[in-house]
Design a protein around this ligand. Sequence first.
Ligand SMILES: C[S@@+](CC[C@H](N)C(=O)[O-])C[C@H]1O[C@@H](n2cnc3c(N)ncnc32)[C@H](O)[C@@H]1O
Length: 237
Amino acid sequence: MGYDKQQATEEFVRWSESYDRCILQWLLFGPSHRALIRRIWERFGDRPIRVLDAGCGTGQFGEKILEALPNAQVFGMDLVAEMLQGGARRWASHQDALMPVQGDSEHLPFASGSFDVVTCANSFHHYPDQQRAVTEMHRVLKPGGRLMLVDGYRDAPWGWFIYDVCVETVEGNVHHCSRARMRDLFANAGFVETEQTVHRGPAPFLLTEGLARSATTLGRPHFAVAPAQVRQSSGTR
Ligand SMILES: C[S@@+](CC[C@H](N)C(=O)[O-])C[C@H]1O[C@@H](n2cnc3c(N)ncnc32)[C@H](O)[C@@H]1O
């Protein structure tokens, strides 16, 4: 049976209260966030960049980006309003530097060419149409912008056991991509110079990074969001 957004919503509504305290913060999410921040820093230094964090959860990673790169402006976008609500204090304390948006990674609510960086951490396996999501991420990047996507690495036996056996038992029919499949998704979306790095450890993960060559003509923007509307639509203030 396929996996759908209703299942994702139900899972994360349940998880939203305890999400920031769960053991995966230590095992997987924290290490993957550090790897992404190192990569953003290597590419952009402390330049004033606009970042979209797709599938941002409670905004923890967005806040870490700001701590490391104070000149960045981060939009955190998530499908599930309760996850955004879980970070209500976080969004409020950073004002315009860190803004929540409720939306779907397969239909990004931003105009084409809006961001220097799109990050997506530990969320991609929940997307029923993964090609659509990567194509949308390419669309909203400026030419020369970068998509940095982290998800569980399932190609080696330990990763396969964790993600394809244990995680699927708990979360249902989610899909962790193989390394080769992820490369294909990036290439099909128009990314060039795709680089992949495997991070080993108790919960291995794959970081895939692609360079957006040009604004794609695929897909029109669904709507452009101004900062004031963003706050209202998220309902977290
Ligand atoms: C495991 S959490 C990861 C949160 C955060 N990126 C982190 O690393 O801590 C996965 C998140 O993806 C979100 N999500 C699932 N499907 C989504 C979709 N189609 N569009 C946007 N977000 C989605 C969930 O609501 C959840 O907050």
